[in-house]
Design a protein around this ligand. Structure first.
Ligand code: OFO
Length: 172
């Protein structure tokens, strides 16, 4: 029997993944308009991944007899001052998602919901990977600098990351 506390917490996480997907979509859109095709490709891909994270939660919640809620998403921002501040925002967002997943794990433990606890392990691992990836990109960007000449290299770097062979991802 699914506790209402877990159902609410999972729905909150669905909302968070959904928001992440749309924020990254808006970022990709902005990059494309700025002529940063490689950055756009990376962020479009990342947006799709967040959508997959959301769907995985929706299907799990409905599968354990809960009721998943598809949230309304409103975006506060459609443009960014530069690529470095955009990537810093991505990193901050990922850290927020990680914190939220860890809180969800703690709630599952408190509620003795071992199914959900087990299900969430995938997200714990995924968030670790994502944080490492974004931090690594940000470190590179800091090294390259934020000047106009650097944009070419940053764009190339993100294009390379977008085209890097995918590690085995579970289907949503
Ligand atoms: Fe990167 O946020 Fe999903 O889990």
């Amino acid at each position: 029997m699914l506790s209402p506390v877990i159902e609410q917490a999972l729905n909150d996480q669905i909302a968070m993944e959904c928001k992440a997907s749309f924020v990254y979509l808006a970022m990709a859109n902005w990059c494309e308009q700025e002529g940063l095709g490689g950055c756009a490709e990376f962020l479009y891909e990342h947006s799709d991944e967040e959508r997959m994270h959301m769907l995985k939660l929706v299907k799990y919640l409905n599968g354990v007899d809960g009721k998943a809620i598809i949230p309304n998403v409103s975006l506060e921002q459609q443009s960014w001052s530069d690529i470095r501040s955009l990537l810093e925002e991505v990193y901050e967002h990922e850290k927020k998602v990680t914190k939220s997943i860890h809180e969800l794990v703690a709630v599952s433990q408190e509620q003795k919901d071992f199914r959900t606890l087990n299900f969430l392990q995938w997200y714990v691992d995924e968030q670790l990977e994502e944080e490492i990836l974004v931090k690594d990109i940000l470190d590179q960007v800091k090294l390259i600098g934020n000047g106009p000449q650097s944009l070419y290299y940053i764009n190339k770097e993100l294009e390379k990351r977008a085209n890097a062979p995918e590690e085995e991802e579970e289907e949503a």
